[in-house]
Design a protein around this ligand. Structure first.
Ligand SMILES: Nc1nc2c(ncn2[C@@H]2O[C@H](COP(=O)(O)OP(=O)(O)OP(=O)(O)O)[C@@H](O)[C@H]2O)c(=O)[nH]1
Ligand SMILES: [Mg+2]
Length: 304
């Protein structure tokens, strides 16, 4: 490939929580690098997904969704989302086709419009979940968006079924600046396997657990060992904040944990292409969301 023609750029995906940012990243990359759930506040830190198209290499930054923070940990999550804009060549603002502009999106607009750094950014509006609405609605939504944001382009997609995603993928690749690629062509992410594993387990917990519980859970890969027969033993700690939550996570006669273990093992086996022995332990640690180490592991700023 002619090096002089190469393009490279960072693109961050910003939006309210639950709009489908991680679903889009996974689709653009072509495999799961970021976990997805039907509940809000699934993504907790910036996750990188990488794709190459023609002469371009694009590094996508998935970010925690914007919402009203309650805890220190929430503030750190949101802070990391905003930080990702500073280095981005292109920002994708993601909205849901089936929802009016909500407070979270208006907060994004306020921050954008009151800050010169964001003001000059190459902003693309991506309206997701078009599979849920009739097309007439989209024009009205675009008119409203234009009142708050100055977008270079609008895209209408369904990250879930892929509609419109190829066009967006090509547009991004075309519009990143000239430059050398930073990663080998086959790389789809730079997150370590230990984090990917704990995220996949957290995803299964979020999907299976009800109500507030997911927000009180943290997951950490404690150890990872390749055994002589080529299989991998992974030990994972699940932290909950209260004794009662531990019981719920484990379930009657360990049913929940067993189900989650089977589900995760299956996914990890196919991801790693190796036999996996997974050991899950549940511990009560009421202050994990104030632990500097946990922030550090996720790359979050503790002093926010
Ligand atoms: N119908 C429909 N659902 C979608 C689409 N894209 C994503 N979803 C669903 O929306 C929910 C949220 O998706 P995520 O990708 O986790 O959203 P997110 O913006 O990353 O959420 P946070 O990380 O919590 O901020 C999941 O249940 C997805 O399956 C879409 O195009 N159509
Ligand atoms: Mg997400």
């Amino acid at each position: 490939m002619n090096n002089l023609l190469k393009k490279f750029g960072f693109v961050n995906v910003l939006g309210a929580t639950n709009v489908g940012k991680s679903t889009l990243i996974n689709r653009l990359v072509g495999q799961k690098v970021s976990i997805v759930s039907q509940k809000v506040q699934t993504t907790r830190n910036n996750i990188i997904g990488i794709y190459c198209l023609d002469y371009s290499q694009v590094v996508l930054i998935d970010t925690p969704g914007i919402f009203t923070p309650k805890r220190k940990f929430d503030r750190a999550m949101i802070n990391s989302a905003w930080k990702s804009i500073k280095d981005a060549d292109i920002t994708l603002l993601m909205l849901e086709a089936d929802k009016d502009l909500d407070d979270n999106t208006l907060t994004i607009a306020e921050t954008f419009n009151s800050n010169k750094i964001y003001d000059s950014k190459f902003l693309i509006c991506v309206i997701n979940k078009i599979d849920l609405v009739k097309s007439e609605i989209l024009l009205k939504l675009v008119e409203k968006v234009k009142k708050y944001f100055t977008c270079k382009e609008f895209f209408f997609i369904s990250a879930l079924n892929g509609d419109g995603v190829i066009e967006l993928k090509k547009f991004i690749a075309k519009n990143v600046p000239m430059g050398d690629w930073h990663y080998p062509e086959e790389h789809v992410t730079d997150i370590p396997y230990s984090l990917l594993v704990s995220e996949i387990i957290r995803e299964k917990l979020i999907i299976r657990m009800h109500q507030e519980l997911p927000y009180g859970i943290a997951v950490e890969t404690e150890s990872w060992n390749q055994l002589q027969d080529g299989s991998i033993r992974i030990d994972v700690l699940i932290y909950v904040q209260k004794k009662g939550q531990k019981k719920i996570v484990i379930g009657t006669k360990g049913e929940n944990l067993k189900f989650i273990g089977i589900d995760c093992r299956k996914e990890l086996k196919s991801m790693l292409d190796k036999e996996v022995h997974l050991f899950l332990y549940v511990k009560v640690r009421d202050n994990w969301d104030k632990s500097p180490d946990y922030f550090k592991n996720l790359g979050l700023d503790y002093n926010v």
